[in-house]
Write a protein that binds this ligand. Structure first.
Ligand code: SF4
Ligand code: SF4
Length: 282
């Protein structure tokens, strides 16, 4: 079972939910947690991970041989990202815009384009304890998109894991779509504020477009903010769990501790949430 944990924006409690859920489930199931928030991975802070594998993620960038180039402009016409331009003086690749799709090399009539590898980031895998595996991606600073790093990270998922939890990047752009691909369920984490509701609606649109069953965790729950639950009721989306604003939870989080280890009531709530997810997938 593969579950993605996402939120419309950063700081809503996505990592709080994914780390605690995976930790609670690891006591019963073979579990793995993958941190796909490759621009700012932080799930590892909550565990003592023993890493055993590290790999560089590369992308192939076009290199133009301007002595062979006939300035026909076919490469620039084919590139969807405006990453290559042909001038009288020669053809230039704008590396920061290039997505490494290879199309320019394919359309060049005189084979003036070759490719060179460029490091985009790295992925690491390890073990937290027996039957609890961990993986994370880290995008190099300045890289425009983490999609390739996330794809490579997901390709190294443990096949024997009974449950895989993916901590998604925030937002609703391509890296989130890549994280959500082939997921059985999505947990959307939000908070009881108008901003939380706005960002939840944006993230929900992506999940609905991809036809992934989903439920919502309301973090820093405030019963006075009725609009959130009214909206979810209207959309027939279940509230999986409500986590109130609790100083004790915040203190554990700031110390890099899993609050479910100290507050057994919440361990039970996470177990109960998983039962609801199992039912929904069935
Ligand atoms: S590899 Fe793709 S994105 Fe990069 S310049 Fe060529 S066509 Fe454009
Ligand atoms: S397609 Fe090839 S020959 Fe034409 S401008 Fe681009 S690099 Fe030069």
């Amino acid at each position: 079972m593969k579950i993605a944990v996402l939120s419309g924006k950063g700081g809503t409690g996505k990592t709080l939910v994914s780390t605690n859920l995976s930790n609670v489930l690891s006591k019963k199931y073979i579990t793995q947690l993958l941190d796909c928030d490759v621009e700012e991975p932080n799930s590892h802070i909550f565990f003592d991970v023993k890493y055993d594998t590290e790999k560089t993620v590369e992308m192939l960038l076009p290199v133009v041989d301007n002595t062979a180039c006939i300035r026909c402009g076919e490469c620039a016409k084919a590139c969807q990202f405006g990453a290559i331009s042909s001038f009288k003086s020669g053809t230039i690749v704008f590396e920061s815009l290039c997505h490494g799709c290879g199309l320019c090399a394919m359309v060049c009539p005189v084979n003036a384009i070759s490719e060179k590898p460029k490091s985009m980031g790295k992925i690491k895998y390890g073990k937290i304890k027996d039957n609890f595996y961990f993986g994370m991606g880290l995008l190099n600073i300045g890289e425009p998109s983490g999609v390739k790093v996330i794809r490579e990270l997901k390709s190294g998922m443990k096949k024997n894991a009974e449950i895989t939890i993916l901590d998604s990047p925030p937002g609703a752009s391509c890296p989130v779509v890549e994280t959500l691909r082939k997921m059985d369920y999505a947990i959307l984490v939000t908070e009881s504020t108008p901003f939380g509701l706005h960002d939840l609606k944006v993230a929900l649109r992506v999940v609905e477009d991809m036809k992934i069953p989903c439920g919502v965790v309301i973090n820093r729950y405030d019963s006075f903010f009725k609009e959130m639950e009214e909206y979810l009721q209207f959309k027939h989306i279940p509230v999986l769990m409500k986590i109130p604003f609790d100083r004790e939870i915040a203190i554990h989080y700031s110390k890099g501790e899993l609050f479910t280890e100290f507050m057994p009531k919440y361990k039970k709530e996470f177990e109960f949430m998983f039962e609801k997810i199992k039912e929904a997938i069935k």
